[in-house]
Write a protein that binds this ligand. Structure first.
Ligand code: NAP
Length: 321
């Protein structure tokens, strides 16, 4: 293989971590290839106002912020492929990243594949996806103008989505399986203060109705203490119950914790494979913020740059001896 066929760095994934890694590696003349995935932009594409990213005192919409991140990396020469990686081979240098039958060889890889939305796991939920069942309020809220919707979850995502949905829907019922919320008090208080939001607590969704109609007509919920079932009429169901890391590609290749998050050496972005680094939510189930993802993307870029420098000095040492 000609040396020119081998990339310096491939970034897998296109969220705050990936685009920051692309920006830093591009400015370090590493000419990054970013295989960003069909669903580039990551979770910020389903976030409305981002109020906690420093530098945006008036807030910014998540999708707009991701476009800005991407444009900034592009300005310094990052190359983008809007494709999904299908396989990796990290057994030897150069490392290989596959998109279908096409293999891309590279000296280093930065993994920033993030995490994806959890599903309730109901057959009726799956059958009605795109027919009223959604995992993305920002994408789909406008379809529910003057309609009733249900949101499931008790974390910040559920509070944020319920609050956002009230801009369109006439009523939002937030269904949560406990009485206590995992969400931060400020987000919970905002939702509680919103008179369009009703709470159904100690309650789970046992079925989504509307299979015969081909669209969501409501949900059947169950009280976890009494076992009592009741129906809530709704045109939409927004599932906001957290995320799972996107690490299936790396099973038996990169070290992971029990939940599937990639493990990195403390204080670095190094994985167990030399030349492979991980940044963002794919390796962080604690902080999971855009700003921490971007910060770790920067760390991964600097770690990759140092790794390439060490590879070069090894190679020149070998050729000198
Ligand atoms: P999360 O904090 O993990 O909360 C998930 C919620 O869904 C929990 O209340 C959980 O219930 C519930 N849940 C999980 N599986 C369920 C199931 N099978 N059936 C019913 N309910 C289920 O996830 P998140 O809300 O997506 O937040 C993730 C992280 O992102 C958090 O750190 C959050 O602070 C952050 N975030 C921040 C913002 C913001 O600041 N603007 C917005 C969104 C998210 P239990 O509580 O009973 O476990």
């Amino acid at each position: 293989m000609a040396a020119s066929d081998v990339h310096e760095v491939i970034v897998i994934g296109g969220g705050p971590a990936g685009y920051t890694a692309a920006l830093y590696t591009a400015r370090a003349n590493m000419r990054p290839l970013v295989i960003e995935g069909f669903q580039w932009g990551g979770q910020l594409m389903i976030t409305s106002d981002v109020e906690n990213y420093p530098g945006y005192p008036d807030g910014i919409m998540g999708p707009e912020m991701m476009q800005e991140f991407r444009r900034q990396a592009e300005r310094f020469g990052a190359e983008f492929m809007t494709e999904d990686v299908t396989r990796v081979d990290f057994t030897e240098q150069p490392l290989r990243v596959f998109v279908g039958d096409d293999a891309y060889a590279t000296k280093s890889v930065i993994v920033t594949t993030g995490a994806t939305a959890r599903q309730l796991g109901l057959e009726s939920e799956i059958a009605l996806q795109g027919k009223g069942v959604s995992y993305c309020a920002v994408c789909d809220a406008a379809f529910f103008r003057d309609k009733d919707v249900v949101v499931v979850g008790g974390g910040d995502s559920a509070m944020e989505e319920a609050t956002f949905l009230t801009k369109f829907a006439s009523k939002v019922t937030l269904v949560h399986r406990r009485r206590e919320f995992r969400a931060s008090p400020i987000m919970t208080d905002r939702a509680r203060a919103n008179e369009k939001i009703e709470f159904a607590l100690d309650t789970t969704v046992s079925e989504v109705t509307g299979l015969d109609e081909g669209r969501v007509t409501g949900v059947v919920v169950e009280n976890v203490h009494t076992g009592e079932h009741r129906s809530i009429a709704a045109d939409g169901l927004f599932v906001a119950i957290g995320h799972d890391p996107t690490t299936g590609l790396f099973a038996d290749i990169l070290d992971m914790d029990e939940a599937g998050y990639l493990l990195t050496r403390k204080g670095t972005t190094e994985t167990n494979v030399a030349g492979v680094f991980a940044a963002g939510d794919v390796q962080d189930h604690v902080y999971r913020q855009a700003v921490t993802a971007a910060g770790s993307g920067c760390m991964a870029a600097l770690d990759a740059e140092r790794y390439l420098t060490s590879l070069e000095s090894d190679e020149s040492g070998e050729s000198a001896s």
